[in-house]
Design a protein around this ligand. Structure first.
Ligand code: DUC
Ligand code: ZN
Ligand code: ZN
Length: 473
């Protein structure tokens, strides 16, 4: 006992399973003791009246992603991870997107170069497989899974990204053989293309029609098809950014049938609606994302998915573009049709305060489910547990201290990202992260991200126990 670098004293600790009064002794970046009367340390952090939680893990963010001619994403790794730290996160999982004709290794080289020396919190990449050539499927993917890139996303929509069912089956087969987890963007490409053309022909081109071009059946059908394809291969999958009860019910039914199908939802599906995109000017572009926000009934359904555990992870899908910017939402083409509005909204900094305030403070979920949804399940799902995602002896001292009583109005400046707006401007929030610690070092205190940038490190990951085929665990 004793000889700690840091003690966090006087707080209430919560994990995904328990809530208890304890001090935390930290040594060499790891949790070394949990208890009372831990003695002295070089640094003592007073957490009296505060909650001491595992640092958030946001397993779905996009930074520095090439986004089409003339379009620039608002966050690289510095500002993206700064906002993550400001919002109580200690690890983020951005995507490394393969372009057609590119190898995965080439893509990774670019993303690693972007991230090197820039990050405030720890990072690890998912791969996006957009060109599943024989070489990618037979050699690159298996080698990369062995190297710790143990999850990949596939798209069922978007020009240049959408895989055919045959390609999806091939990627799923590689996942089954290698123990990787497949994440799926489930929307029907042909249905969207048809509806976009139709709406444009009718002169319905404002940002609001983005939502109308991708209605619930588009997502429900693709979710059902993705689950069916995974069932054929007998491989676990995770459906990302689920926006409504019909897609949720596809996942729930699969789970009831014993399939390993996981689901993720995001803040935009809890607190925004498609009506928020309605605006005679271009303001609706601020909320253009896919799938789009739906209606209040869908919000209630997404809460049902959270409360019943059908959704195991809650992520931001942070995909930021500046609004007042010709390289962002207001690029010249965007004024001619919603088709050209870059797709995605910022959220990495706002994710946890929204879930805490709307979930815990309003009594929809308890603190332990909050921890599970915001950190522990992400670590378990993506091969980072128990190093990350919990407060336990030997785990990295990745900790967020929360003031559960802090009330504030959400404004963009609190979030410290590279965008020029937040879709959640003006939300009344109860509960706020006041300190973020990564591997024993304070990276955010009272809203100030204290750096240095580059402290955040790259994490290679184990295979997810949840990606093991049925019967294996
Ligand atoms: N899918 C994402 O995961 N993020 C942003 C846009 C999209 O289609
Ligand atoms: Zn997606
Ligand atoms: Zn995304």
């Amino acid at each position: 006992m004793g000889g700690f670098d840091t003690i966090i004293r006087g707080g209430t600790v919560a994990t995904a399973s328990d809530t208890f009064r304890a001090d935390i002794g930290i040594r060499d970046g790891r949790v070394a003791a949990l208890g009372l009367d831990l003695g002295e340390a070089a640094e003592v952090i007073d957490a009296t009246g505060r909650l001491v939680l595992p640092g958030g893990i946001d397993s779905h963010v996009h930074f520095a992603q090439p986004s089409g001619p003339g379009i620039v994403m608002a966050d690289g790794f510095e500002t993206g991870t700064r906002s993550a730290a400001a919002g109580g996160n200690t690890t983020v999982l951005p995507f490394c997107v393969q372009k057609r004709g590119q190898t995965l290794r080439e893509a990774l080289k670019g993303y690693h170069a972007e991230a090197a020396g820039q990050c405030h919190v720890d990072v690890s990449f998912h791969l996006v497989v957009a060109d599943p050539t024989e070489q990618v499927l037979g050699q690159e993917l298996p080698a990369l899974v062995a190297d710790g890139y143990t999850s990949f996303k596939v798209f069922m929509t978007y020009e240049g990204m959408a895989l055919t069912d045959l390609e999806m089956l091939r990627v799923m087969s590689v996942a089954r053989e290698t123990g990787a987890l497949v994440m799926i963007h489930a929307e029907n490409f042909d249905a969207i293309r048809f509806l976009v053309d139709k709406l444009e022909q009718e002169g319905k081109t404002s940002p609001y029609y983005h939502a109308i071009s991708r209605p619930i059946p588009v997502e429900r059908e693709a979710t059902h098809r993705a689950i069916s394809l995974a069932e054929l291969i007998d491989v676990p999958i995770l459906i990302v950014h689920v926006s409504n009860g019909e897609a949720l019910d596809e996942i729930r039914r699969a789970q009831v049938r014993g399939l390993k199908v996981m689901g993720e939802t995001c803040p935009q599906y809890l607190v925004l609606t498609e009506d928020d995109l309605k605006d005679l000017n271009m303001e609706g572009a601020k909320l253009v994302c896919s799938p789009p926000p739906r209606d209040e009934a869908s919000q209630a359904e997404c809460w049902r998915g959270i409360e019943t555990g059908v959704f195991s992870v809650f992520s931001s899908d942070h995909c930021p573009f500046r609004y007042e910017d010709v390289q962002g939402k207001l690029n010249p083409n965007a004024r001619t049709s919603f088709r050209w509005v870059p797709n995605g909204i910022p959220g990495v900094g706002a994710r946890l305060p929204i879930l805490f305030s709307e979930g815990v403070s309003k009594g929809r979920i308890d603190l332990n489910r909050f921890v599970a949804l915001s950190a522990t399940n992400h670590a378990k799902t993506y091969g980072l547990y128990p190093r990350k995602g919990t407060i336990a002896i030997g785990s990295d001292a990745d900790i967020a201290i929360w003031d559960p009583e802090r009330r504030l109005t959400l404004t963009h400046d609190l979030l410290q990202d590279g965008s020029d707006y937040t879709p959640y401007e003006g939300m009344e929030i109860t509960g706020w992260p006041v300190l973020t610690m990564v591997r024993g070092r304070v990276v955010m205190r009272d809203g100030a991200v204290v750096g240095p940038k580059g402290y955040g490190t790259y994490l290679t990951r184990e295979r997810s126990p949840y990606a093991a085929v049925r019967g294996a665990n």
